[in-house]
Every structure is written in C-alpha cells, then in structure tokens.
Design a protein around this ligand. Sequence first.
Ligand code: FAD
Length: 399
Amino acid sequence: MSNSSKIYDFVVVGAGIAGSCTAYFLSKKTKNILIVDKNSTFTNGASGAAGAFLNPILGKPNDFKDLVTKALEFSVDFYSLNLSNLTNFSEFISTSGTLRVATDDEDFEKFCSYEEFIDFDYEKRDEGYFFPIGSMVNATKVCETLLENINQKYDYEVKTLQKKDDFWLINDEIKTKNIVLTTGANIKLIEEEYVNIRPVWGQKINVLTSTKTDFNYHKECSISVSTAYNDKYKLSIGATHNRFKDDMSDTLYNLDLKDINDTQPNQKTMDIVNSDTKKLIDLANDIIKLDDIEIIDFKIGARAASFDYFPIVGKLVDSKKTIENHPHILNGSHIKKDKLSMIDNLYIINGVGGRGYVLSPYLAKVLVESIFDGVELNENISSHRLFRRWAKRLKGKNR
Ligand SMILES: Cc1cc2nc3c(=O)[nH]c(=O)nc-3n(C[C@H](O)[C@H](O)[C@H](O)COP(=O)(O)OP(=O)(O)OC[C@H]3O[C@@H](n4cnc5c(N)ncnc54)[C@H](O)[C@@H]3O)c2cc1C
C-alpha cells in the first residue's frame, strides 16, 4: 500500500498522559494506530510539568469522588503491575504515601468529619491524614513505555480535520477511520462551543535541599518524597493556580507554542516564573521547613479545567445537527440521549484537570471499551451534560 492510500484505524492527537494511555489501550485492539504531537516528543505539554502525584480525595461522598476513587485504584495497579514486571515497578511509580496536611484547626476538624467516608487505608497524624496509597509517577518513563509499540510522529501540529465519506483527513494528508483528540488545554480543534475547557497554568520546580522528605505532602502545593543527590536531597514542588485574563501570547504561557519548556523564556515569562517560584517555596515551607534550597529547574504547564471538574470522554454531541433536528431544545426543553446527534468516529478525552495521572488510565480503558465493546460511558463524563447545559442557556437568545 502506498503511503498516500494508507488509512489508519485510529490517529490519537496529543501525546500527553491522556493520549499515551488511549494509544496503549487501543493497541490491544488494533496495531494500525498513529499518535501525533506538535511537540518534539511525548509528555512535553502539561504532562511533563506535572508533579504526577496520585492522591485520594478527602470529602463527603459524591459522584466526582467516586470517579477519582475508582480511577485511583485502577491507576495505581496499572502503573505498578501492568506496565512492568514486579521487580522493576519502582521505575514507574514510587509508592511512599502522601500526607494530606490541614491548613488550620478548622480544616483539620473538617478532615475528621470526613473520616467515615475515606475510601482508602489511612493514619491520622497531628498535621492531617496520611494515605499509604499516595504515589508519584515517573511521567516520561510511563509514557515512553505506553507508546513503545505505537507509531509516533512528532513536530506535527494538526491544523485541519476534514470528514470525508468513510475516513477523516488530517492536514490534507493523513487518513484515518477514527480520531481521538487528547490535546489537553488546547481545544482549538474542537469546534463545539459547549466544550468549555479553560487552561489553569502552574509550575513544578525541582530543588536540592538539605532536608529529607520520607513521603509526599499535599496542602496548597505538593512536595515529593526526596531522593539522595550528592550530599543533598532532590525533590519537586508543584501547584497550578494561574488563570490568566490578560493576553499571554507574547510569553511561553501560550498554548499555541510548542516545546515551551525547551524554549528560552522572555522577561515577562520569567517575571511570572520567579514570582511563582517564590510562592511555591513559601507554600512548601508552610508544610515542612526545607533548608538550603537550591532551585535546579522549573517547568510550566496548563492543566485543562472543565467547569464542573468532571472530565469529558467519548463522542461529541453535534450541536448544529441536534438543534436542527430538535429546535424545541432552544425553548429550554429536555432532550433524551438517543435523540442527540453525535459526531461519528471522533472521540475525546479532556478536562482531566489536576488529576490527569489518576484519571487517564481509567478513562482510556473505559473509552476503548465503549468503542469496541459498546460499554456505555457514564453520563457524568459524557459530552451530553455539557451540551444540555449549554443549550439551556441559549433559551431566548437569537442564534
Ligand atoms: C504544575 C502542574 C502540576 C500538576 N500536578 C499533577 C499531579 O500531581 N497529579 C496529576 O494527576 N496531575 C497533575 N497535573 C495535571 C496534569 O498535568 C494534567 O491533568 C495532564 O498532564 C493532562 O494530560 P493531557 O494528556 O490531557 O494533556 P497534555 O499533557 O497537555 O497533552 C496534550 C498534548 O496535545 C498536544 N497538542 C495540542 N494541540 C495539538 C495539535 N493541534 N496538534 C498536535 N498536538 C497537539 C500538545 O502539544 C500536548 O503535548 C499538574 C499540572 C501542572 C501544570
């Protein structure tokens, strides 16, 4: 078959943790897959900036907590068992536990009131709750392994997607029966207005310190367990807080750029980086005093935040077609799931927020089961909910 007539079964756009997990689970069903990314390698987006901690949620029962609990149980096994044999799983995940630290006495009281709802083993400590399941993933190693047997194409930005009769055409050159968009906070390729994902930028710093940490900490930032490094200890500190309102296109806080962490930052970028570094160190010192800190590197990235915290998985509702066929939606009336028109052969995993490493393996698994085995996706993570809310808000508006 000549190259121009080759048709992939799946092209995954975006080689972060969501795309890598998706490609991995798809590869159990077909080998005819390609993953592409505009960066020069995998995990160069948010997935490379993440601390990649896996932590449980402390709180009252709700659907989001249920999802995170299910995903956390799945992901920890996935990273430690599926990806490796038992002798070298520590290459992929370090399971030293996480201390979830209360901000003050009131917060501690709140934690205590959640005790009966805690889904995992824990130990109560003076500062908060310690979860032995708390872990940290080696992002690069994990994605490299997930993509081992997958065709990969880098420095390749997808600019156009065109639906032909029975395939998609990417940038007028790559043909594929199906596309999965795992583009993180950059949702330019998604033309549906109701997909309301916003970038929240943050930073991870790697530091050397004379203070040893024996496990991970989480309060207003996360601190990792340390590893010995010459005569000091190396650890990372990270958090995501920046929702920029101003135009940031002249900085590295610009989602349209590639390889932002391998590009020389300008002064405006560095001003934010320096201010965030200071904040991170203050937040970290509020958890545990870190002595003789020396910053060795930093990475910035944007997590993809959905407005209701739930991720978006599966096919997208075709809003134009659905409204054409059921104009009464614009009067605010409800529409049943089977009446929604969906965009065929196009899937997404997005909105994994600050828990991409917890959620992605589980979501990729359920997405692939839904595509190949017809297993229905939970309504909470489908695009239906977003479309319905968006359509309701259109009531009375001229479009
Ligand atoms: C500082 C920081 C700390 C974090 N800490 C944690 C943590 O401790 N635990 C945790 O679970 N999560 C954490 N997160 C969140 C986590 O990083 C994200 O949830 C996760 O990385 C999202 O993965 P993704 O694959 O959806 O997106 P990304 O990793 O951003 O991947 C998307 C990819 O799509 C590519 N792309 C986009 N558009 C195109 C296009 N048109 N053509 C080709 N390629 C395209 C991009 O180049 C990018 O590589 C943190 C995030 C940050 C920023």
